[in-house]
Design a protein around this ligand. Sequence first.
Ligand SMILES: [Zn+2]
Length: 65
Amino acid sequence: MKKTQNTTPEPLPADLYNIIACPVDKADLKYTKDKTGLQCVKCKYVYPIKEGIPILLPPELQEQS
Ligand SMILES: [Zn+2]
């Protein structure tokens, strides 16, 4: 099952990944290690990716649902 290629399947299209930013501080978001979420490089908050859609809600809004 191990593959040594660089093209690991990514949950988001590159176009989208490149433009999205943290809604709190507008910093870049990067994939978490398991690529199930996006982590802000500045505030370190992790935004989940659900069914290919990044949930970019500030922490206080995510806790309400
Ligand atoms: Zn942030």
